[in-house]
Design a protein around this ligand. Structure first.
Ligand SMILES: N[C@@H](CCC(=O)N[C@@H](CS)C(=O)NCC(=O)O)C(=O)O
Length: 211
């Protein structure tokens, strides 16, 4: 398998964690989102993902999957252990709800293109705009998490929700959101950091990382 991704991309980071948790080996193929206007806009990557985004996972038979949530669910259905969603239907839905708060409620608003639009077209403060929406979403995540958290976001086992949490906390810090305002999330982030699958997926550990 080949993972087309970028060291600092939070959606890529989710897939790296899931691949590591499942113990699936993959080839790391960097797509530089910044240099030369962004390789995601080039013909080769557009053929893989018409959304011009990472990640994209190329399977051994050449078929390509896009969208980190679809990719992680495919991994979870293809490689059974450890399961990334609880068996109980209610808790399963709660884990998916946390995934969606990050995936559709926060991450799209911190992406390069909306930031560029706010800065260049609307002549606004893109950093303040991004911090506002990350902070708002993270407060919701914190409130939801306190209802289900054990050692991890949903009970005592790592789930897909934790896979999304860790990259999102990194982005929150990067944009100036104070982790002290998110005590449950910060505690669980630290629990995840102790796990080798999470540690190996960190941006600074990737071959295309820029110091
Ligand atoms: N919903 C998509 C989001 C992917 C996404 O937003 N990727 C970002 C990096 S985290 C990207 O490639 N951005 C490039 C750009 O905005 O030009 C997923 O989960 O895969």
């Amino acid at each position: 398998m080949k993972l087309y991704n970028y060291w600092r991309s939070s959606a890529s980071w989710r897939v790296r964690i899931a691949l590591n948790l499942k113990g699936v080996a993959y080839e790391y193929v960097p797509v530089n989102l910044i240099a030369n206007g962004g390789e995601q806009h080039g013909e080769a990557h557009r053929a893989r993902n018409p959304m011009r985004q990472v990640p994209a996972l190329e399977l051994d038979d050449g078929r390509v999957l896009t969208q980190s949530v679809a990719i992680v669910e495919w991994l979870d259905e293809t490689f059974a252990t450890p399961a990334l969603l609880p068996r109980d239907p209610y808790l399963r839905a709660r884990a998916r709800a946390l995934v969606e708060v990050v995936n559709s409620g926060i991450q799209p608003l911190q992406n390069l293109e909306p930031q560029r639009y706010v800065r260049e077209e609307l002549k606004g403060d893109a950093t303040a705009w991004t911090k506002h929406f990350i902070g708002r979403g993270m407060q919701a995540l914190e409130a939801l998490a306190t209802e289900t958290a054990g050692a991890f976001l949903v009970g005592d086992e790592v789930s897909f929700a934790d896979v999304c949490l860790v990259p999102q906390m990194f982005a929150a810090r990067r944009f100036g959101v104070d982790p002290a305002t998110l005590p449950t999330l910060a505690r669980i982030e630290a629990a995840c950091a102790a796990l080798p699958a999470f540690e190996a997926a960190r941006p600074e550990r990737q071959p295309d990382a820029v110091p």
